[in-house]
Design a protein around this ligand. Structure first.
Ligand SMILES: [Zn+2]
Length: 95
């Protein structure tokens, strides 16, 4: 069991610091701003101390933002036109 002799107690009462694994586990909530105020503070505090996590979080955030930008809200006009053309062609076909 990790976390030292009082790891169980810390899990019970809530963490007082984030380690790298906590940052990884909470990264998507952090980017979505869904962490509690306390967790967000712990997250930021770890980023201040850790050389490894800030670039990871930055990359993660950039990836999430890019994915969201690419996510089509509606079908692109070009695709809709092709679908309409296809439907028109189908309905014009005899029988
Ligand atoms: Zn870290």
């Amino acid at each position: 069991m990790r976390g030292g002799p009082f790891g169980w107690l810390r899990r019970l009462v809530g963490k007082d610091e984030f380690d790298c694994r906590d940052v990884l586990a909470n990264c998507s909530d952090y980017v979505d701003e869904e962490l509690s105020e306390r967790d967000a503070q712990l997250f930021d505090a770890h980023l201040d101390d850790c050389p490894d996590c800030p670039p990871y979080v930055a990359t993660f955030k950039a990836t999430v933002m890019t994915m969201r930008d690419l996510e089509p809200k509606t079908a692109p006009p070009e695709l809709r036109e092709r679908i309409h053309a296809r439907i028109a062609a189908e309905s014009e076909r005899p029988g």
